[in-house]
Design a protein around this ligand. Structure first.
Ligand code: HEC
Ligand code: HEC
Ligand code: HEC
Ligand code: HEC
Ligand code: HEC
Length: 440
């Protein structure tokens, strides 16, 4: 009787443990854990494109020379070699495969294929080697094919997606402008929290939609230019083309890219629309004139620092003040937005200053707007924890202040109250200066 009881007890226990282990180990399809999330899976393996070969940017670039050269300078092309990305990716708390689904989104770019999540746990992807892995394509990050190449499942061949029509390419083409233009939202309009920590928080598409403007991302971030789509030796007509530099907030991923920002279409979203002074009261207005979304709109750690300095007759600083335009987040114990004073499209920030405490006369003011991508204290932490970053990025992360632009001065105005005179520093001059700033 006693023996029977203990046997059944052991049996029950075994079933229980067995079930528990099975449950923890069983592969769960990714789509069951992240239903409807486009970024939960990479784009399926793309086969060679007829007339092109492997769907790499390098191959597209043999004919689309200028577009390739512009894209190569973009943040998209630098999305994997980005040392801030590498540093954040290396954190033990990063669900790496999810990050990579937006930063290197095509299966050809991945060393492994993820067949499921062990027990549904996103820190336990089940991975097998990917026989079709293309290292050179991996380095291209958000490459041409991310937006332009897909598989046709009837013929099992890949094709290029275009927007113009009436062209005669040597490769298969389907025209679908809407697909190309809406593609941006797949990555730039997503907010997701995993296990209390934030994976991404971008609402650019929603912000744009709420302005009810007819503009789309392409209007501003792929500015129009008249030219042939391909190199001159192919004798194709001049058409309406688009610059592929994808310029954003004017803080490039390398110092050497500063000199390309203006040529490829950089414009600050904010303008300094008005300065008023009445005795000890001063009012400065910043208008979001050029962006049809919030400024700032990207990563939640980005912000604008507005600052003002007042100088006396000898040039000594006798007044200064600073204000931050952006979001504030609390990361522990869980990710939570605590403040948000970003400027919406067409919106204004009125900065009111009280100069009562200044006893001497301020002869000139210097007013600046600085777009900050990475704070100095955050990058200090990144260089301290660089040992967890893999080669070849580790050494650069160690010296991140040397290699990674943290912020850019995008507006500067010198104001003389006595004569009510205002002089705006040309953007070209500011970007020359930005190229030489380090760790700010
Ligand atoms: C061997 C040369 C060559 C290569 C390689 C090539 N293209 Fe093209 N592509 C062309 C030509 C020629 C046209 C037509 C231009 C015209 O008629 O104005 C074209 C047109 C296009 C168009 C515009 C079609 C439209 O009507 O909107 C897109 C988009 C495009 N190519 C993308 C790509 C991508 C992406 C790759 C790489 C996967 C690529 N091409 C590789 C030569 C090439
Ligand atoms: C597959 C995901 C993906 C798609 C699709 C995508 N982007 Fe991006 N985009 C990114 C990522 C990731 C970055 C940032 C990379 C980094 O900082 O390392 C980025 C950066 C940018 C930037 C640069 C921001 C800056 O200040 O440097 C702009 C502008 C931009 N994208 C616009 C667009 C537009 C316009 C489209 C649609 C035509 C688009 N993106 C489609 C993922 C994507
Ligand atoms: C992030 C998405 C994205 C990436 C990456 C991208 N393109 Fe485009 N491409 C677009 C969009 C959007 C259009 C314009 C659609 C329209 O006409 O409104 C476009 C247009 C084109 C055209 C038609 C001509 C023109 O300039 O309008 C060609 C050719 C082209 N792209 C080639 C390339 C090549 C080659 C690469 C890589 C070097 C590339 N694209 C990378 C989104 C992208
Ligand atoms: C009317 C023009 C306009 C449209 C439309 C527009 N943008 Fe922008 N965008 C800008 C300007 C200007 C900036 C620079 C803002 C600044 O830093 O002052 C910018 C900045 C950005 C940045 C850099 C991050 C940041 O916080 O500054 C990203 C990413 C971006 N835009 C993505 C998009 C996407 C995606 C769309 C479409 C959903 C889009 N933009 C539509 C003008 C536009
Ligand atoms: C849904 C797509 C998506 C996912 C998932 C994603 N990102 Fe991004 N990431 C983006 C886009 C879009 C940008 C560009 C916005 C910008 O430039 O501010 C970006 C920008 C960045 C930047 C540059 C920020 C800046 O201000 O320059 C870093 C670093 C980064 N991502 C790290 C990560 C890490 C780490 C993960 C995984 C935990 C991750 N991302 C997951 C889409 C994504």
């Amino acid at each position: 009787m006693k023996r029977k009881l203990s046997i059944s007890l052991i049996l029950v226990l075994t079933i229980f443990i067995g079930y528990y282990l099975y449950h923890k180990q069983r592969p769960v399809p990714i789509e069951d854990v992240f239903p409807g999330k486009i970024w939960a899976k990479p784009i399926e393996t793309l086969s060679d494109v007829k007339g092109v070969g492997a769907p790499t940017a390098k191959n597209c670039g043999t004919c689309h020379v200028e577009i390739y050269e512009e894209w190569k300078l973009s943040t998209h092309a630098n999305a994997l070699s980005d040392i801030q990305f590498q540093s954040e990716l290396a954190k033990p708390t990063s669900p790496k495969w999810i990050c990579l689904n937006c930063h290197i989104p095509i299966q050809n770019q991945r060393e492994t294929i993820i067949t499921g999540l062990r027990g549904g746990d996103y820190f336990e992807p089940i991975q097998i080697p990917n026989p079709q892995f293309q290292k050179d394509m991996q380095e291209e990050a958000i490459t041409c094919a991310t937006c332009h190449v897909r598989m046709d499942h009837d013929s099992n061949e890949s094709y290029v997606i275009g927007a113009t029509g009436g062209t005669s390419p040597p490769h298969p083409i389907k025209i679908n402008r809407e697909f190309l233009q809406n593609r941006c939202n797949d990555c730039h309009n997503e907010m997701y929290t995993l296990n209390q920590s934030l994976v991404c928080s971008f609402q650019t598409g929603t912000e744009l939609q709420s302005t009810q403007s007819k503009d789309n991302c392409v209007t501003c971030h792929l500015p129009e230019v008249s030219r042939s789509f391909v190199k001159p030796s192919l004798h194709r007509p001049i058409r309406k083309s688009h610059k592929h530099g994808f310029i954003g907030g004017g803080v490039p991923k390398q110092f050497s890219l500063y000199k390309e920002q203006i040529r490829l279409g950089y414009k600050s979203g904010l303008v300094l629309s008005d300065i008023k002074q009445d005795k000890n009261k001063m009012e400065i207005r910043f208008l979001n004139k050029n962006a049809n979304h919030h400024v700032t709109t990207g990563d939640p750690e980005r912000f604008y620092s507005l600052n003002i300095k007042g100088f006396d007759i000898s040039g000594k600083t006798i007044y200064n003040s600073e204000v931050k335009i952006g979001q504030e987040w609390e990361w522990y114990p869980e990710a939570k937005k605590t403040k948000d004073n970003r400027i919406s499209s067409g919106g204004e920030y009125i900065w009111k200053l009280d100069l009562t405490s200044v006893s001497e006369t301020i002869v000139t003011f210097q007013i600046q707007a600085i777009h900050v991508r990475l704070k100095g204290i955050t990058s200090d932490y990144m260089s301290k924890t660089a040992d967890q970053v893999p080669y070849p990025y580790r050494d650069k992360v160690k010296q991140i202040k040397q290699f990674y632009p943290h912020s850019s001065i995008v507006l500067e105005t010198i104001y003389e109250p006595k004569r009510n005179l205002r002089r705006d520093t040309p953007l070209k001059e500011l970007f020359k200066r930005n190229e030489n700033r380090r760790g700010e």
